[in-house]
Design a protein around this ligand. Structure first.
Ligand SMILES: Cc1cc2nc3c(=O)[nH]c(=O)nc-3n(C[C@H](O)[C@H](O)[C@H](O)COP(=O)(O)OP(=O)(O)OC[C@H]3O[C@@H](n4cnc5c(N)ncnc54)[C@H](O)[C@@H]3O)c2cc1C
Length: 247
């Protein structure tokens, strides 16, 4: 956890981006000074427990985070800064409404204007390598918010290809940038399997590429190994994060 206390923000509005993705716009006086610019910026979100209006958040002290005594601890999950607009004072987070009954997805499904949530300082180290011969971007629905920011940050004039697994055609989104985007539809198959098949079967551009990949953890592990061992990518140019675990 960062040394700064999480900011308490309120929902300004929420809209459906696709049938299974909701965009929640957060705002509030505590958003001032938020450092959310850049590709793939991650935040910890603190969700209230049922029956609670505001989540308990820790106070930053020199001895570490101090939780308010006697209050139930929030559910904490990691999400992506989809858009931060300092002038409008707005932070967008896109939530997949998955069927696993988690507290974060449930909160997003029901989020009404005025609902409170805590947000940490953003982290994340990914930057496009200007020397890369091509860019490879791989992910599932949970990765789409970050993928959008990664594609927007890629340099022009360098080949870029994205493999994106979603449930079906209704979950495809318009994405920025000039990458060759290949949508992979999961249908009834296990998450990550169609994505791994598509990447393994692909002809990739020549040269030494940089890869960004995220999604279901086992799939990410498998594809990272594939990119290193079978495609010969340099491990310093493969940026892989497991986002969730199929149980
Ligand atoms: C760096 C990072 C950035 C992320 N950014 C985003 C983002 O911008 N948007 C986003 O939607 N997610 C994002 N995620 C993924 C998100 O944190 C997880 O999906 C998280 O588990 C959701 O919490 P929950 O409370 O809804 O479910 P949990 O309580 O964590 O899990 C409950 C059950 O749901 C299952 N489950 C969790 N996620 C999924 C899923 N996507 N599909 C199917 N089953 C699932 C679990 O296997 C478990 O059985 C990100 C993760 C990381 C690490």
């Amino acid at each position: 956890m960062s040394t700064t206390a999480p900011r308490l923000l309120q929902v300004r509005r929420s809209v459906r981006v696709t049938p299974r993705m909701v965009r929640v716009t957060l705002a509030g006086t505590e958003l001032a000074g938020f450092g959310g610019d850049g590709p793939d910026r991650r935040i910890k979100m603190f969700f209230p427990v049922p029956g609670q209006e505001r989540p308990a958040v820790p106070r930053a002290t020199s001895g570490g985070p101090l939780w308010p005594p006697g209050e139930p601890r929030p559910a904490i999950r990691t999400y992506t800064v989809r858009r931060f607009d300092a002038d409008a004072g707005e932070l967008d987070v896109d939530f997949v409404l998955h069927e696993g009954h988690g507290p974060a997805a449930a909160w997003a499904r029901d989020a009404r204007p005025g609902a409170w949530v805590g947000v940490s300082e953003p982290g994340g180290r990914y930057e496009p390598d200007p020397a890369a011969g091509f860019h490879l971007v791989i992910g599932d629905e949970t990765a789409l918010p970050a993928v959008a920011t990664v594609l927007a940050a890629l340099p022009g004039g360098v080949p870029a290809v994205a493999f994106l697994e979603v449930a079906d055609a209704d979950e495809e989104q318009d994405l920025p940038g000039a990458a060759d985007v290949r949508w992979v539809h999961r249908g009834d198959r296990e998450p990550g399997v169609p994505l791994a098949e598509a990447v393994r079967a692909a002809d990739l551009p020549a040269g030494s590429g940089q890869a960004w990949l995220s999604g279901e953890s086992a799939c990410v592990r498998d594809l990272r190994k594939h990119l290193l061992d079978e495609r010969g990518l340099d491990r310093r140019r493969v940026y892989a994060t497991g986002y969730w675990r199929l149980k």
